[in-house]
Ligand binder design. Structure first.
Ligand SMILES: [Zn+2]
Length: 271
C-alpha cells in the first residue's frame, strides 16, 4: 500500500512531467510557426512601415544596370531582422535591435556603439526578396533575404543599385561567397573584367618566344590598354613602341598596327 505522502509525490512528479511536455510542445509549435513564417517571408520590420516606396525620378542620375535599370525594384517586403530566423547580409549596413542591445551591453560609452547606433543602412526599404539557403556557398551565417543596396562606385564615384536579384544570382547561381560584395557599378565592373583579361593574356604572350606578328600586335594592344587604364606605368608605352618598331615592314600597313600607333601617339609616345 502506498502512503498518502508517496501518492502526493507521484502526483507532483506527474504534473511536473506534464508541464514539461506542454512547454516542449509549445516551444516546438512556436519553432514550427517561426520556421513557416520565415519561409513565407517572416513578419514585417516595424521600422520601415511608414517609409514611402522609392520613386523612379530620384534615381535618374544612377548608373543603369543593363537588366534591372536604375531605380530599386519595390517588392513591398521588409522582413523583421529581430525575427529569430531572419538574417540579413552585412552589405545592408543594417544593425538589428537585437545586435544593438548586445553592442550596448559591451560598449555603451564607446564610439563602437554610437557608430552602429547612428549608422544609416545602405538597403532600400521595401525591396527584400527571399533567399534559397540551400544554394548559398558554405558560410558560418547564411543570408535569409536580399535587399536592393544603394552604393557608391569606387572607380567612377557614381551611385548605383546592387539589386537583390543580382545578389541572388551571385550567391546562388554563380557560387560566389557571401563575403563578396559589389563595389563597382556595372560598366566599371565590366571594364575591370576586361582589364583582368588583358593582363592575363599579356602575361601569357610574354612567355611565348618567338612571337608571330599577330601575337606581337595582340601583346602590344594588351599592354597599351593597361597603360591607358593606369594599371601599367606610363613608361611601359616605350615597351610597346619597341615591339611595334621590331615588326617586319609588311606588318606596318596592317590596320591593327596603325590603330596601335595612333593610340600610342595620343599617349605622347612615338608612333
Ligand atoms: Zn563606376
Amino acid at each position: 500500500m502506498k502512503s498518502g505522502k508517496q501518492r502526493q509525490q507521484e502526483l507532483k512528479a506527474k504534473r511536473a512531467g506534464q508541464r514539461n511536455n506542454d512547454a516542449a510542445e509549445q516551444s516546438e509549435a512556436s519553432r514550427i510557426r517561426a520556421q513557416r513564417e520565415a519561409a513565407e517571408g517572416g513578419c514585417m520590420n516595424p521600422e520601415f512601415i511608414a517609409i514611402p516606396r522609392p520613386v523612379e525620378e530620384d534615381y535618374a542620375d544612377y548608373v543603369e544596370h543593363p537588366r534591372f535599370g536604375k531605380a530599386p525594384r519595390y517588392t513591398g517586403f521588409d522582413p523583421n531582422p529581430n525575427f529569430p530566423w531572419v538574417s540579413l547580409h552585412w552589405n545592408t549596413g543594417y544593425t538589428s535591435g537585437k545586435a544593438l542591445r548586445r553592442l550596448r551591453h559591451f560598449f555603451e560609452f564607446s564610439w563602437i556603439y554610437s557608430s552602429f547606433k547612428d549608422r544609416k543602412p545602405d538597403l532600400v526599404p521595401g525591396t527584400a526578396i527571399c533567399a534559397d539557403l540551400s544554394r548559398q556557398a558554405q558560410a558560418t551565417c547564411h543570408v535569409t533575404h536580399y535587399y536592393d543596396i544603394d552604393h557608391l562606385c569606387v572607380d567612377c564615384g557614381k551611385r548605383f543599385i546592387f539589386f537583390a536579384e543580382e545578389q541572388k544570382h551571385w550567391y546562388e547561381e554563380l557560387g560566389f561567397g557571401l563575403e563578396s560584395q559589389a563595389v563597382r557599378c556595372p560598366p566599371c565592373r565590366k571594364r575591370q573584367q576586361l582589364l583582368g583579361r588583358a593582363r592575363r593574356r599579356y602575361e601569357e604572350l610574354f612567355h611565348i618566344s618567338p612571337r608571330s606578328v599577330e601575337e606581337t600586335l595582340e601583346m602590344a594592344n594588351c599592354c597599351l590598354t593597361l597603360v591607358e587604364a593606369g594599371t601599367f606605368p606610363h613608361t611601359q608605352k616605350e615597351h610597346v613602341r619597341v615591339m611595334l618598331k621590331r615588326l617586319p615592314d609588311e606588318a606596318k600597313s596592317l590596320e591593327a598596327f596603325l590603330e596601335l600607333s595612333e593610340r600610342l601617339g595620343r599617349l605622347g609616345g612615338v608612333g
